[in-house]
Design a protein around this ligand. Structure first.
Ligand code: SF4
Length: 236
């Protein structure tokens, strides 16, 4: 489970140089990563505690096939316990693998914003924040301060309606929660976000409705798939 193909629709592979995390907001309540560490105890001897896996650092260098790689699907790159030196090494691997696109998604937008000027932002790195309800919209302002080529929002699990200023944002993903205790999603919340994306010229991707399992209720919105990706201009 250190690196794997994934069923997450907006990426190709995951790469987990760290695992484990700490809950920070309502979207974390039924954390998918925590559930995995509980189910596969042998693969995660340190459970859901934050752990560094230095031996995984160079994995993307060995992956020849061009891929979109979700960094730390089992953790948070900007976790409080992440040493800056190791974070810098992760970014260095990203720079050394221009054949791949790396996708970093965090709920720790304050730390992301704080470190934005110190870290390099190569063209093959997309960075996003989770926004599960209106209370977390402040993370979008933090994200706007990051000079990444692609800035995106993951509104999953979507827990309420959102009013979004999408200035400087290139991509929005929506999704409902999944699992035995999944909190319900209102299709009107998703329609509203889609409409805001269309109006503001931002790529929109509806990942899933959720339910008992991620795929239980499919991902059609009003009879069609929304699977847009950000349009990335090639450097001149
Ligand atoms: S930030 Fe992400 S990985 Fe960490 S507890 Fe919350 S949902 Fe889980």
């Amino acid at each position: 489970m250190s690196s794997t193909k994934t069923t997450i629709e907006w990426t190709d592979k995951t790469w987990n140089p760290t695992t484990g995390c700490t809950k920070v907001s309502p979207g974390c309540k039924f954390c998918y990563a925590e559930g995995i560490t509980r189910r596969f105890k042998q693969a995660f001897p340190s459970g859901f505690d934050f752990a560094i896996h230095r031996e995984r650092l160079d994995q993307p260098k060995k992956w020849k096939r061009q891929s979109k790689i979700f960094v730390n699907s089992m953790s948070d790159v900007f976790h409080e316990d992440m040493p800056y030196e190791f974070l810098a090494e992760i970014f260095d691997v990203i720079i050394k693998c221009p054949q791949h696109i790396f996708q970093i998604l965090t709920k720790r937008s304050a730390k992301l914003s704080e470190l934005a000027s110190a870290l390099p932002w190569p063209d093959n790195l997309w960075v996003g924040v989770s926004v599960e309800s209106q209370k977390q919209v402040f993370r979008v302002d933090d994200l706007r301060r990051v000079p990444a080529r692609v800035r995106f929002l993951s509104c999953e699990p979507l827990l309420g309606p959102l009013e979004l200023d999408l200035t400087g944002i290139h991509w929005v993903i929506t999704g409902g929660e999944s699992g035995a205790s999944a909190r319900p999603i209102d299709p009107e919340w998703v329609r509203s976000i889609r409409d805001q994306c269309v109006e503001q010229g931002v790529a929109f991707f509806h990942k899933q409705w959720g339910g008992r399992s991620p795929k239980a209720n499919g991902r059609l919105l009003d009879g069609r798939l929304w699977s847009e990706f950000p349009v990335v201009e090639q450097p001149v």
